[in-house]
Design a protein around this ligand. Sequence first.
Ligand code: PLP
Length: 470
Amino acid sequence: MMIMKKNYKSEVIGMDEKTVVAGMSISEWKEKYPLMHKVINLEEAFWTNGKYESFEDAIKKVEIGMDDVKDAEERLKRFAPYIAKVFPATRESGGIIESPTVRIPKMKTEVETFYNTQIKGELLLKCDSHLAISGSIKARGGIYEVLKHAEELAMEAGLLSVEDDYSKLDSDDFRNFFSGYSIAVGSTGNLGLSIGIMSAQLGFKVYVHMSADAKQWKKDLLRSKGVTVVEYESDYSIAVEEGRKQSEGDPKMYFVDDENSKNLFMGYAVAASRLKGQLDDLGVKVDSEHPLFVYLPCGVGGGPGGVAFGLKLMFKDNVHCFFAEPTHSPCMLIGLMSGLHDKVCVQDFGIDNKTAADGLAVGRASGFVGKVLENLISGSYSVKDETMYMMLSKMIDSESIRLEPSALAGVPGAAMLLGDALGQEYIRARGLENLMDNSSHIAWATGGSMVPADIMDEYYSTGKRLLEEL
Ligand SMILES: *Cc1c(COP(=O)(O)O)cnc(C)c1O
């Protein structure tokens, strides 16, 4: 096990301007990409994508599409009877794991006051924080990939066919069968939770390689379910690397590769069609007169990237998706802006990847996701940990919704878009300025319902204290 020195102090490591990253000195980087001044100084930064294209043009360059998302949707339907049987919390929805979408008008006023900006249009919250089974967005992709793998194994062995009632998987025969196989994953916490809980339920042996960011309660919960948790004092990339190494050379071990997985991505993408139905029910229109803006907290990129991809397939040019990252881990912002994706990491620029937003504590973005979304994503921005904490307290006070710090990164997105010169330019360039009163903004709340009450209280008081100090 590789041990790196723990250093939780949030401070800029400090890089010599002459340090060369991907063939350019840091000062050349700053000259070529002026936003790098802010990024390196850990200031909040808002970036819009110069390579953004119309949906029609952009989708031609991508090899995956609606058929892949439909395939994932069908698979989740096949598993629904099983899910409903083993996770009672999903019975009401017939074994479909889905979260509510709600209007948050009081929080909108709070954000407007905080940023001293008017948010034109409505603000809504997508509560993946309250997804059944694992309480985060990872209940989409993570669970989907485990189910897909289980289906493949069982079908290859002649034990299952698509016509079957999948609730038969809840039996000693199937658990015995799956116990001959194992699953490994590297995680900052939540992916481990969802992969661990789902795999253990099916009967797999599970190894979760946890980065130093992972919270103790997540490790405890997994161990209570018989999952083997391997702990590292280093960051997410190392945890993933170790998981990958462990599974190499073991044909019975399956590695869930968060940095490259198309399966995870498709599991996340299914969110779009579900959201469409919810928006219809809420009377929220999305069309050429009613633009939709979506703000997605981003770690390695699979979750927000998959959701954004699904949304683009669904709403095409009428949806505008932005990634949100901590100022200490803006890997996707740097990867997209430079077009270098996973060839650079935040540490290259002296940025420490130390953040309270553990779900977003990723220093190197997924190359797969960055490339798929290269021409489809509207932009990306970074928020300070302090901002996330303050938003966390405000969300509890105004709307009584409890989220983990990562899940708040999307909340200031609308204010940042409308308050930033580049954001204004994005709106003008697409002829949207007269439509903004008709617009909707969705902040994707990615986790929080499983956070123990005492830890949530600490988050809350941290936010309150920061607000008082303002
Ligand atoms: C994992 C996670 C994200 C981001 O997903 P990625 O696939 O890592 O980009 C956002 N919020 C929370 C709470 C998460 O756990």
